[in-house]
Structure formats: C-alpha cells, structure tokens
Design a protein. Structure first.
Length: 88
C-alpha cells in the first residue's frame, strides 16, 4: 500500500509510528504520545486533551505522504472509552 510513495530504500520519512511514538521536541527530546495518552486516560479520564497527533507541520516536508489520519482523540463517558479519528 505504501510502495508508490516510498523512496528507493522503502523509506517514507517520519510518518505515523515515528510521530506517535517519538514526536521530536525543540530541545532534542522525543515524546511517546501513546504512552502519554494512556497515562492521561488513567490519571484524568475527563480531560479533553486526550489527543495523539501525526500532523507535525515542521516535518511534513520530510514525509513522502502527509498523514491522512491526522489525529485521534479519546474520551471516557460512563466508564467506556471511545475514540474519534480525524482524517484529511
């Protein structure tokens, strides 16, 4: 499915998995958004900030294909976890 966008080495650049698990910060650190959102769901299930994003504007030029699944947001209601996915 990704072959038509990959380079000769099969690389697609810093797409989904990289953004979700190693979002780069200006100071050189990386944020694991999945680990962070799971922690937030446990610690503050009523938060409206339970979001994971792949839309890193600073790295889109390095991506062979900008994210279609731009971000997803979780919410907890009546003890049930739901997820809403935003696509471009």
């Amino acid at each position: 499915i990704w072959d038509e966008w990959a380079d000769a080495n099969g690389e697609l650049g810093p797409i989904y998995g990289y953004q979700w698990r190693a979002w780069p910060t200006p100071d050189g650190r990386h944020i694991d958004q999945i680990t962070e959102v799971v922690r937030q769901i446990r610690d503050n299930p009523d938060s409206r900030r339970l979001i994971v994003s792949a839309w890193n504007v600073g790295e889109i030029p390095q991506m062979k294909l900008p994210p279609c699944h731009a971000f997803f947001q979780f919410y907890v209601a009546d003890g049930k976890l739901s997820c809403q996915l935003y696509q471009r």
